[in-house]
Ligand binder design. Structure first.
Ligand code: ASP
Ligand code: MG
Length: 488
Protein backbone atom coordinates (compact mmCIF):
# COMPACT_ATOMS: atom_id res chain seq x y z
CA UNK A 1 0.00 0.00 0.00
CA UNK A 2 1.26 3.41 -0.86
CA UNK A 3 0.96 4.71 2.72
CA UNK A 4 3.77 2.45 3.75
CA UNK A 5 6.16 4.07 1.32
CA UNK A 6 9.06 5.52 3.27
CA UNK A 7 9.69 9.13 2.40
CA UNK A 8 12.44 11.22 3.95
CA UNK A 9 11.91 14.93 3.29
CA UNK A 10 14.52 17.57 3.99
CA UNK A 11 13.70 21.25 4.20
CA UNK A 12 16.44 23.86 4.03
CA UNK A 13 16.71 27.15 5.89
CA UNK A 14 14.65 29.16 3.42
CA UNK A 15 11.84 26.60 3.70
CA UNK A 16 11.90 27.24 7.48
CA UNK A 17 12.43 31.01 7.25
CA UNK A 18 9.17 32.12 8.93
CA UNK A 19 5.67 30.92 9.75
CA UNK A 20 4.52 31.29 6.14
CA UNK A 21 7.43 29.26 4.79
CA UNK A 22 6.85 26.64 7.50
CA UNK A 23 3.19 26.35 6.56
CA UNK A 24 4.09 25.92 2.91
CA UNK A 25 6.53 23.16 3.84
CA UNK A 26 4.00 21.58 6.21
CA UNK A 27 1.47 21.33 3.38
CA UNK A 28 3.98 19.29 1.40
CA UNK A 29 4.58 16.95 4.34
CA UNK A 30 0.83 16.58 4.94
CA UNK A 31 0.07 15.80 1.32
CA UNK A 32 2.37 12.81 1.12
CA UNK A 33 2.70 11.93 4.77
CA UNK A 34 6.49 11.95 4.99
CA UNK A 35 7.99 9.31 7.24
CA UNK A 36 10.86 11.49 8.45
CA UNK A 37 11.30 15.22 8.05
CA UNK A 38 14.82 16.60 8.42
CA UNK A 39 15.06 20.36 8.87
CA UNK A 40 17.75 23.02 8.73
CA UNK A 41 17.92 25.94 11.11
CA UNK A 42 15.72 28.90 10.20
CA UNK A 43 17.23 31.06 7.49
CA UNK A 44 20.40 32.87 8.60
CA UNK A 45 20.45 31.40 12.11
CA UNK A 46 23.54 29.22 11.67
CA UNK A 47 25.41 32.27 10.36
CA UNK A 48 24.46 34.14 13.52
CA UNK A 49 25.65 31.27 15.69
CA UNK A 50 28.97 31.14 13.85
CA UNK A 51 29.30 34.89 14.28
CA UNK A 52 28.68 34.47 18.00
CA UNK A 53 31.38 31.81 18.27
CA UNK A 54 33.80 34.05 16.41
CA UNK A 55 33.06 37.05 18.60
CA UNK A 56 33.34 35.01 21.77
CA UNK A 57 37.08 35.03 21.12
CA UNK A 58 37.10 38.65 22.24
CA UNK A 59 36.12 37.60 25.73
CA UNK A 60 33.26 40.06 26.08
CA UNK A 61 29.71 38.75 26.59
CA UNK A 62 28.30 42.17 25.70
CA UNK A 63 29.26 41.51 22.08
CA UNK A 64 27.16 38.34 22.04
CA UNK A 65 24.02 39.66 23.71
CA UNK A 66 22.62 41.32 20.58
CA UNK A 67 23.07 38.06 18.67
CA UNK A 68 21.31 36.11 21.40
CA UNK A 69 18.46 38.61 21.40
CA UNK A 70 18.12 38.56 17.67
CA UNK A 71 17.89 34.77 17.63
CA UNK A 72 15.29 34.79 20.43
CA UNK A 73 13.20 37.47 18.72
CA UNK A 74 13.21 35.67 15.43
CA UNK A 75 12.04 32.38 16.91
CA UNK A 76 9.52 34.02 19.20
CA UNK A 77 8.02 35.79 16.20
CA UNK A 78 7.52 32.46 14.44
CA UNK A 79 6.13 30.88 17.61
CA UNK A 80 3.67 33.76 18.02
CA UNK A 81 2.46 33.42 14.49
CA UNK A 82 2.06 29.68 14.72
CA UNK A 83 0.07 30.07 17.94
CA UNK A 84 -1.03 27.75 20.76
CA UNK A 85 2.28 26.22 21.73
CA UNK A 86 2.75 25.52 25.43
CA UNK A 87 5.18 22.61 25.21
CA UNK A 88 7.06 24.15 22.32
CA UNK A 89 7.40 27.44 24.16
CA UNK A 90 8.97 25.61 27.07
CA UNK A 91 11.30 23.76 24.77
CA UNK A 92 12.35 26.97 23.05
CA UNK A 93 12.90 28.76 26.34
CA UNK A 94 15.20 25.94 27.46
CA UNK A 95 17.16 26.26 24.23
CA UNK A 96 17.52 30.05 24.61
CA UNK A 97 18.96 29.43 28.06
CA UNK A 98 21.25 26.72 26.78
CA UNK A 99 22.41 29.10 24.06
CA UNK A 100 23.18 31.78 26.60
CA UNK A 101 25.05 29.30 28.76
CA UNK A 102 27.17 28.12 25.83
CA UNK A 103 27.94 31.69 24.84
CA UNK A 104 29.06 32.46 28.38
CA UNK A 105 31.23 29.38 28.57
CA UNK A 106 32.93 30.26 25.28
CA UNK A 107 33.52 33.83 26.41
CA UNK A 108 34.94 32.70 29.75
CA UNK A 109 37.22 30.15 28.18
CA UNK A 110 38.60 32.70 25.83
CA UNK A 111 39.38 34.93 28.81
CA UNK A 112 41.27 32.20 30.61
CA UNK A 113 43.19 31.00 27.57
CA UNK A 114 43.83 34.48 26.21
CA UNK A 115 42.55 33.23 22.88
CA UNK A 116 41.82 36.14 20.59
CA UNK A 117 41.12 34.16 17.45
CA UNK A 118 38.17 31.81 17.19
CA UNK A 119 38.93 28.13 17.00
CA UNK A 120 38.23 26.81 13.51
CA UNK A 121 34.54 27.28 13.01
CA UNK A 122 31.90 25.76 10.79
CA UNK A 123 32.31 28.35 8.07
CA UNK A 124 32.69 27.35 4.44
CA UNK A 125 36.19 28.78 4.11
CA UNK A 126 37.47 27.35 7.29
CA UNK A 127 40.67 25.41 7.39
CA UNK A 128 40.34 21.67 7.57
CA UNK A 129 40.16 20.50 11.14
CA UNK A 130 43.61 20.13 12.46
CA UNK A 131 44.11 18.71 15.93
CA UNK A 132 47.52 20.38 16.15
CA UNK A 133 45.76 23.70 15.75
CA UNK A 134 44.11 23.08 19.06
CA UNK A 135 47.64 22.89 20.37
CA UNK A 136 46.60 19.40 21.35
CA UNK A 137 45.39 20.95 24.57
CA UNK A 138 42.19 19.72 26.10
CA UNK A 139 41.27 23.37 26.54
CA UNK A 140 41.22 24.12 22.80
CA UNK A 141 39.39 20.89 22.06
CA UNK A 142 36.81 21.90 24.64
CA UNK A 143 36.26 25.14 22.77
CA UNK A 144 35.60 23.26 19.53
CA UNK A 145 33.18 21.04 21.41
CA UNK A 146 31.30 24.00 22.85
CA UNK A 147 31.14 25.61 19.42
CA UNK A 148 29.48 22.56 17.93
CA UNK A 149 26.91 22.47 20.70
CA UNK A 150 26.23 26.13 19.98
CA UNK A 151 25.88 25.65 16.20
CA UNK A 152 23.40 22.82 16.66
CA UNK A 153 20.92 24.96 18.59
CA UNK A 154 19.55 26.40 15.33
CA UNK A 155 18.27 23.06 14.09
CA UNK A 156 16.95 22.13 17.50
CA UNK A 157 14.83 25.30 17.58
CA UNK A 158 13.51 25.05 14.02
CA UNK A 159 12.56 21.39 14.44
CA UNK A 160 10.56 22.20 17.58
CA UNK A 161 8.68 24.91 15.73
CA UNK A 162 8.09 22.77 12.67
CA UNK A 163 6.72 19.89 14.75
CA UNK A 164 4.21 22.31 16.18
CA UNK A 165 3.39 23.70 12.77
CA UNK A 166 2.56 20.20 11.51
CA UNK A 167 0.38 19.51 14.53
CA UNK A 168 -1.51 22.73 13.89
CA UNK A 169 -2.66 21.32 10.55
CA UNK A 170 -3.51 17.96 12.11
CA UNK A 171 -0.53 15.97 10.96
CA UNK A 172 0.48 13.56 13.68
CA UNK A 173 4.08 14.62 14.20
CA UNK A 174 6.74 13.64 16.69
CA UNK A 175 9.91 15.53 17.58
CA UNK A 176 13.01 13.36 17.52
CA UNK A 177 16.53 14.27 18.61
CA UNK A 178 18.78 13.35 15.67
CA UNK A 179 21.78 12.92 17.93
CA UNK A 180 20.17 9.77 19.35
CA UNK A 181 21.01 7.95 16.15
CA UNK A 182 23.45 10.15 14.25
CA UNK A 183 26.63 8.85 15.85
CA UNK A 184 29.86 10.53 14.72
CA UNK A 185 33.53 10.73 15.57
CA UNK A 186 34.98 13.68 17.49
CA UNK A 187 36.08 15.86 14.61
CA UNK A 188 34.10 18.80 15.82
CA UNK A 189 32.60 21.05 13.15
CA UNK A 190 33.13 18.44 10.45
CA UNK A 191 32.37 15.14 12.09
CA UNK A 192 32.31 11.85 10.21
CA UNK A 193 29.26 9.62 10.66
CA UNK A 194 29.72 6.11 12.01
CA UNK A 195 27.42 4.18 9.72
CA UNK A 196 27.59 0.90 11.59
CA UNK A 197 26.50 2.52 14.80
CA UNK A 198 23.84 4.57 13.02
CA UNK A 199 22.31 1.47 11.49
CA UNK A 200 22.01 -0.21 14.90
CA UNK A 201 20.76 2.91 16.66
CA UNK A 202 18.20 3.51 13.96
CA UNK A 203 16.87 -0.04 14.32
CA UNK A 204 16.59 0.42 18.04
CA UNK A 205 15.15 3.92 18.25
CA UNK A 206 13.64 4.97 14.94
CA UNK A 207 12.32 1.78 13.39
CA UNK A 208 9.84 1.11 16.22
CA UNK A 209 8.27 4.54 15.67
CA UNK A 210 8.16 4.14 11.91
CA UNK A 211 6.47 0.76 12.16
CA UNK A 212 4.15 1.68 15.03
CA UNK A 213 0.44 1.75 14.44
CA UNK A 214 0.28 5.50 14.81
CA UNK A 215 3.12 6.10 12.32
CA UNK A 216 3.67 9.72 13.26
CA UNK A 217 5.76 11.87 10.96
CA UNK A 218 9.12 12.10 12.70
CA UNK A 219 10.59 15.61 12.73
CA UNK A 220 14.30 15.78 13.30
CA UNK A 221 17.36 17.97 12.81
CA UNK A 222 19.85 18.03 10.00
CA UNK A 223 23.50 18.97 10.55
CA UNK A 224 23.86 17.61 14.10
CA UNK A 225 25.10 14.40 15.63
CA UNK A 226 26.81 13.18 18.75
CA UNK A 227 29.77 11.10 19.78
CA UNK A 228 29.60 7.83 21.66
CA UNK A 229 30.15 9.68 24.91
CA UNK A 230 27.33 12.08 24.10
CA UNK A 231 29.26 15.15 22.97
CA UNK A 232 27.39 17.16 20.39
CA UNK A 233 28.95 17.45 16.93
CA UNK A 234 28.07 18.92 13.54
CA UNK A 235 28.68 17.59 10.02
CA UNK A 236 29.95 20.84 8.48
CA UNK A 237 28.10 23.74 6.88
CA UNK A 238 25.32 22.68 4.57
CA UNK A 239 25.35 19.30 6.29
CA UNK A 240 21.59 18.90 6.58
CA UNK A 241 21.37 17.36 3.14
CA UNK A 242 23.89 14.79 4.23
CA UNK A 243 21.92 14.08 7.40
CA UNK A 244 18.79 13.54 5.35
CA UNK A 245 20.61 11.08 3.08
CA UNK A 246 21.88 9.26 6.15
CA UNK A 247 18.35 8.98 7.59
CA UNK A 248 17.09 7.75 4.21
CA UNK A 249 19.90 5.21 4.11
CA UNK A 250 19.28 4.01 7.67
CA UNK A 251 15.56 3.55 7.03
CA UNK A 252 15.95 2.01 3.56
CA UNK A 253 13.69 4.79 2.37
CA UNK A 254 11.88 4.66 -0.97
CA UNK A 255 12.50 8.33 -1.68
CA UNK A 256 14.71 11.12 -0.39
CA UNK A 257 13.33 14.58 -1.07
CA UNK A 258 15.41 17.73 -0.80
CA UNK A 259 13.10 20.76 -0.64
CA UNK A 260 14.88 24.01 -1.29
CA UNK A 261 14.15 27.46 -2.74
CA UNK A 262 14.79 26.60 -6.37
CA UNK A 263 13.00 24.13 -8.61
CA UNK A 264 15.72 21.54 -8.83
CA UNK A 265 19.11 21.36 -10.49
CA UNK A 266 19.82 23.44 -13.60
CA UNK A 267 22.15 22.89 -16.56
CA UNK A 268 24.41 25.51 -15.01
CA UNK A 269 24.25 28.22 -12.38
CA UNK A 270 21.43 30.51 -13.61
CA UNK A 271 23.32 33.48 -12.19
CA UNK A 272 26.01 32.86 -14.80
CA UNK A 273 23.67 32.55 -17.75
CA UNK A 274 19.92 33.14 -17.90
CA UNK A 275 19.82 30.38 -20.51
CA UNK A 276 20.35 27.74 -17.85
CA UNK A 277 17.55 25.19 -18.10
CA UNK A 278 16.00 22.97 -15.45
CA UNK A 279 17.11 19.35 -15.54
CA UNK A 280 14.29 16.86 -14.98
CA UNK A 281 16.46 13.81 -14.34
CA UNK A 282 20.06 13.02 -13.54
CA UNK A 283 21.86 9.75 -12.99
CA UNK A 284 23.69 9.13 -9.73
CA UNK A 285 27.00 9.36 -11.57
CA UNK A 286 26.19 12.66 -13.22
CA UNK A 287 24.91 14.08 -9.97
CA UNK A 288 28.00 12.96 -8.11
CA UNK A 289 30.20 14.81 -10.60
CA UNK A 290 28.05 17.90 -10.26
CA UNK A 291 28.12 17.89 -6.52
CA UNK A 292 31.84 17.42 -6.56
CA UNK A 293 32.42 20.18 -8.99
CA UNK A 294 30.50 22.92 -7.36
CA UNK A 295 26.80 22.76 -8.15
CA UNK A 296 25.27 24.93 -5.50
CA UNK A 297 22.27 22.91 -4.54
CA UNK A 298 23.71 19.77 -3.07
CA UNK A 299 26.29 19.30 -0.40
CA UNK A 300 29.12 17.26 -1.97
CA UNK A 301 28.71 14.14 0.11
CA UNK A 302 24.95 14.27 0.16
CA UNK A 303 24.24 11.57 -2.28
CA UNK A 304 26.67 8.93 -1.19
CA UNK A 305 24.47 7.16 1.35
CA UNK A 306 21.51 7.36 -1.02
CA UNK A 307 23.60 5.85 -3.82
CA UNK A 308 24.66 2.95 -1.59
CA UNK A 309 21.03 1.94 -1.24
CA UNK A 310 19.90 3.18 -4.63
CA UNK A 311 17.37 5.53 -3.14
CA UNK A 312 15.89 7.95 -5.69
CA UNK A 313 16.44 11.58 -4.74
CA UNK A 314 14.08 14.41 -5.66
CA UNK A 315 15.14 18.06 -5.52
CA UNK A 316 12.29 20.56 -5.65
CA UNK A 317 11.14 23.97 -4.51
CA UNK A 318 9.04 24.22 -1.37
CA UNK A 319 7.91 27.65 -2.57
CA UNK A 320 6.42 26.25 -5.70
CA UNK A 321 6.10 22.47 -5.43
CA UNK A 322 3.98 22.30 -8.60
CA UNK A 323 6.77 23.69 -10.74
CA UNK A 324 8.51 20.30 -10.79
CA UNK A 325 12.09 19.51 -9.89
CA UNK A 326 14.93 17.13 -10.60
CA UNK A 327 14.91 13.38 -10.05
CA UNK A 328 18.23 11.74 -9.38
CA UNK A 329 18.25 7.98 -9.71
CA UNK A 330 20.12 5.04 -11.09
CA UNK A 331 18.43 4.49 -14.41
CA UNK A 332 17.60 7.66 -16.28
CA UNK A 333 15.37 7.63 -19.34
CA UNK A 334 17.84 9.61 -21.39
CA UNK A 335 21.58 9.96 -21.12
CA UNK A 336 22.53 12.99 -23.21
CA UNK A 337 26.15 13.56 -24.09
CA UNK A 338 26.22 16.82 -22.18
CA UNK A 339 23.93 17.32 -19.22
CA UNK A 340 25.42 20.32 -17.45
CA UNK A 341 28.36 22.68 -17.10
CA UNK A 342 29.61 23.43 -13.62
CA UNK A 343 32.21 25.61 -11.99
CA UNK A 344 34.20 25.21 -8.83
CA UNK A 345 35.94 28.34 -7.61
CA UNK A 346 38.92 28.99 -5.36
CA UNK A 347 41.09 26.20 -6.66
CA UNK A 348 44.82 25.76 -6.35
CA UNK A 349 47.13 23.65 -8.41
CA UNK A 350 49.66 21.77 -6.39
CA UNK A 351 52.56 20.14 -8.21
CA UNK A 352 55.01 17.72 -6.65
CA UNK A 353 58.13 16.99 -8.64
CA UNK A 354 60.73 14.39 -7.90
CA UNK A 355 63.25 12.62 -10.08
CA UNK A 356 62.66 9.62 -7.88
CA UNK A 357 59.37 9.08 -9.58
CA UNK A 358 61.20 8.04 -12.69
CA UNK A 359 61.00 4.28 -13.04
CA UNK A 360 59.89 3.68 -9.51
CA UNK A 361 56.64 2.66 -8.03
CA UNK A 362 54.78 3.67 -4.92
CA UNK A 363 55.18 7.41 -5.37
CA UNK A 364 51.51 8.14 -5.97
CA UNK A 365 50.69 5.86 -3.10
CA UNK A 366 52.86 7.97 -0.80
CA UNK A 367 51.34 11.21 -2.08
CA UNK A 368 47.79 10.07 -1.53
CA UNK A 369 48.63 8.57 1.80
CA UNK A 370 49.62 12.05 2.97
CA UNK A 371 46.30 13.46 1.73
CA UNK A 372 44.50 10.61 3.41
CA UNK A 373 46.32 11.10 6.71
CA UNK A 374 45.31 14.75 6.69
CA UNK A 375 41.77 14.04 5.52
CA UNK A 376 42.23 16.40 2.60
CA UNK A 377 40.68 15.74 -0.77
CA UNK A 378 42.01 16.09 -4.28
CA UNK A 379 39.63 16.83 -7.14
CA UNK A 380 41.53 16.34 -10.33
CA UNK A 381 44.97 14.98 -11.07
CA UNK A 382 47.45 14.57 -13.92
CA UNK A 383 50.86 12.98 -13.87
CA UNK A 384 54.01 13.03 -15.96
CA UNK A 385 57.15 10.95 -15.59
CA UNK A 386 58.51 12.96 -12.73
CA UNK A 387 55.66 15.07 -11.42
CA UNK A 388 52.10 14.92 -10.28
CA UNK A 389 49.74 17.91 -10.42
CA UNK A 390 46.55 18.06 -8.42
CA UNK A 391 43.75 20.55 -7.95
CA UNK A 392 42.57 21.18 -4.42
CA UNK A 393 40.39 23.77 -2.72
CA UNK A 394 42.45 26.82 -1.74
CA UNK A 395 41.66 26.27 1.92
CA UNK A 396 43.23 22.82 1.88
CA UNK A 397 46.63 24.45 1.51
CA UNK A 398 46.26 26.35 4.75
CA UNK A 399 47.07 23.05 6.42
CA UNK A 400 50.77 23.52 7.18
CA UNK A 401 51.24 19.95 8.38
CA UNK A 402 49.95 18.63 5.09
CA UNK A 403 52.41 20.78 3.17
CA UNK A 404 55.27 19.75 5.39
CA UNK A 405 54.52 16.08 4.81
CA UNK A 406 54.26 16.59 1.05
CA UNK A 407 57.57 18.41 1.01
CA UNK A 408 59.19 15.26 2.30
CA UNK A 409 58.20 13.57 -0.99
CA UNK A 410 59.51 16.11 -3.47
CA UNK A 411 59.64 19.70 -4.47
CA UNK A 412 56.26 21.30 -4.23
CA UNK A 413 54.90 24.20 -6.18
CA UNK A 414 51.62 25.95 -5.48
CA UNK A 415 49.65 28.09 -7.91
CA UNK A 416 46.56 29.79 -6.55
CA UNK A 417 43.49 31.51 -7.96
CA UNK A 418 42.11 29.09 -10.46
CA UNK A 419 38.63 27.88 -11.32
CA UNK A 420 37.70 24.37 -12.36
CA UNK A 421 35.07 24.17 -15.10
CA UNK A 422 33.49 20.80 -15.88
CA UNK A 423 31.42 19.45 -18.71
CA UNK A 424 29.20 16.77 -17.21
CA UNK A 425 27.38 14.12 -19.18
CA UNK A 426 27.70 10.64 -20.59
CA UNK A 427 30.25 8.86 -22.71
CA UNK A 428 32.24 12.04 -22.72
CA UNK A 429 35.48 10.16 -23.13
CA UNK A 430 34.31 8.26 -26.17
CA UNK A 431 32.81 10.98 -28.28
CA UNK A 432 34.67 12.20 -31.33
CA UNK A 433 34.23 15.88 -31.95
CA UNK A 434 33.51 16.97 -28.41
CA UNK A 435 37.05 18.12 -27.73
CA UNK A 436 37.07 20.24 -30.88
CA UNK A 437 33.92 22.07 -29.85
CA UNK A 438 35.27 22.55 -26.36
CA UNK A 439 38.65 23.88 -27.46
CA UNK A 440 37.06 26.17 -30.01
CA UNK A 441 34.94 27.65 -27.26
CA UNK A 442 37.97 28.12 -25.06
CA UNK A 443 40.43 29.16 -27.76
CA UNK A 444 41.40 32.48 -26.15
CA UNK A 445 41.26 31.26 -22.57
CA UNK A 446 44.35 30.03 -20.83
CA UNK A 447 43.72 26.41 -19.86
CA UNK A 448 46.21 25.42 -17.18
CA UNK A 449 45.23 21.79 -16.83
CA UNK A 450 42.83 19.32 -18.38
CA UNK A 451 41.22 16.36 -16.67
CA UNK A 452 39.68 13.77 -18.89
CA UNK A 453 39.49 10.04 -19.03
CA UNK A 454 38.94 9.14 -15.40
CA UNK A 455 35.21 9.18 -15.83
CA UNK A 456 32.84 8.94 -18.76
CA UNK A 457 30.87 11.63 -17.03
CA UNK A 458 33.31 14.48 -16.64
CA UNK A 459 35.70 16.55 -18.73
CA UNK A 460 37.28 19.40 -16.79
CA UNK A 461 39.63 22.34 -17.23
CA UNK A 462 41.48 24.54 -14.87
CA UNK A 463 41.32 28.18 -15.91
CA UNK A 464 42.41 31.49 -14.41
CA UNK A 465 40.20 33.12 -11.84
CA UNK A 466 37.66 35.26 -13.64
CA UNK A 467 37.76 33.19 -16.83
CA UNK A 468 35.58 30.42 -15.43
CA UNK A 469 32.28 32.19 -16.01
CA UNK A 470 33.19 33.09 -19.58
CA UNK A 471 34.10 29.46 -20.20
CA UNK A 472 30.84 28.27 -18.66
CA UNK A 473 28.77 30.67 -20.80
CA UNK A 474 30.47 29.63 -24.01
CA UNK A 475 30.39 25.92 -23.28
CA UNK A 476 26.75 26.14 -22.26
CA UNK A 477 25.94 27.93 -25.51
CA UNK A 478 27.92 25.52 -27.67
CA UNK A 479 26.98 22.24 -26.01
CA UNK A 480 23.59 22.77 -24.43
CA UNK A 481 21.79 25.68 -26.09
CA UNK A 482 22.82 24.85 -29.64
CA UNK A 483 21.80 21.23 -29.52
CA UNK A 484 24.55 18.78 -28.88
CA UNK A 485 26.67 16.19 -30.54
CA UNK A 486 24.00 13.55 -29.95
CA UNK A 487 22.13 14.77 -32.99
CA UNK A 488 25.09 15.21 -35.26
N1 ASP B 1 22.15 25.00 9.23
C1 ASP B 1 23.38 24.46 8.70
C2 ASP B 1 24.05 25.50 7.83
O1 ASP B 1 23.52 26.56 7.62
C3 ASP B 1 23.19 23.18 7.99
C4 ASP B 1 22.32 23.23 6.76
O2 ASP B 1 21.46 24.10 6.65
O3 ASP B 1 22.47 22.39 5.89
O4 ASP B 1 25.10 25.25 7.35
MG1 MG C 1 21.67 24.01 2.44
Amino acid sequence: MSQTKRIVSKFGGSSMADATAMHRSAAIVARQKSTVVVVSATYGTTNLLVEAATKSGKGDMALLRPIHDQIVEKHEAIANELGGLDETRKGLKALYDELEGLMEQLVNRSKTTGRSEPASGSDPDRKPYDPSETGGTPERTKILELQDALYGIGERMSSLLFTECLKSIDVSARYFDASIILRTDERFSKATPDFNAIELLSKAHLEPIVTSEERPTIVTQGFIGSTESGKRTTLGRGGSDYSAAIFAWALHADVLEIWTDVGGVATTDPRITPNAKPISELSFQEAAEMATFGAKILHPSTLIPAIWREIPVYVGSSFNPEEGGTWIYRNVGQAPLVRAISIRRKQSLLTITTPEMLHTYGFLYRVFKVFNDHQASVDSITTSEISVAMTVDDVTLQDQELLRDLEKLGQINIEKSYELVSVIGNNINHTAGLATIVFDALSDINVRMIGQGASKHNFCFLVDEGSGEVAVKRLHAALIENGDLDQK
